[in-house]
Write a protein that binds this ligand. Sequence first.
Ligand code: GLN
Length: 315
Amino acid sequence: MVAVKARRRLGMDYQPILEQIHAEIRPLLDQGRVADYIPELARVPGDKFSMAVRTVDGRSFAVGAADERFSIQSISKLFTLVIALQIAGDELWTRVGREPSGNPFNSLVQLEHENGKPRNPFINAGALVVTDVILSALDNAIETVRDLLRGLSGSADVDFDLGVARSEQETGHRNKAMAHFIKSFGNLKNDPDRVLHAYFHHCSLAMSCRELCEAALFLANDGFAPLSGDRIMTPKLVKYINSLLLTCGTYDAVGDFAYRVGLPGKSGVGGGILAVMPKRFAVCVWSPGLDDSGNSLAGTRALELFTTLTGESVF
Ligand code: GLN
């Protein structure tokens, strides 16, 4: 009992654990499949790996290319939601649900049965509606998401990868179909092409594991940004967002992710996964090879090892 208390007070040294994980996941790096439906993402080498941890008491740990930026893709949906909730509050939930979809992140089928109201903000359909909400309220909705991430991460040069945005603009027929379909139900207020343009830019933001940890730390820190001390959200909204991450953040693999990892988290098809342990830390992993649900294969395993080896998860 005394030993446990002492360890908690001093804070765990995560570095040897990250190094052990790095060694253990090496054989998995070539087992996933790099997203190739966005041609620009297909060019990223599949053997990249990095992982970073940032604690609320100010410590940082990392292995691999933790300062190398990658395409954050759907991880941006978390930050778009933060802005939309600040704009619309509970009104948002009249236009998008809060239930896991049980379907792939880019599926259209439920939308037909559910009259164009997406199941949750973390699947593509939901993020399109969320993007529509911020477009209606802000003159510069595209830059606002980037600027939030610049401020939270402390990296003033975080930016869009315009090659990735263009690549998706040219090939994103499924997202285009989805936006027009939602519009047909009246659940987009803006022109669908404008919504898509903003959405593709948000997905194209490039950040490193270290920067993403910094940006998400307010979710582990009762809503306060560690760098500025600013309150980003009330504890109540932080609870809501973390709950949504746990139940909807990793698409139709969300049950498996909760079972194995036990942390609220958000993945993207660039191979990043960002997760938080309330009151303790943010952790981010990047490995571009994906599993069948579009989540990083080695990344999920790395997070599973992390929570198992540290004994720290929300459960
Ligand atoms: N830009 C990607 C898409 O819309 C994001 C999907 C993801 O990261 N899961 O398909």
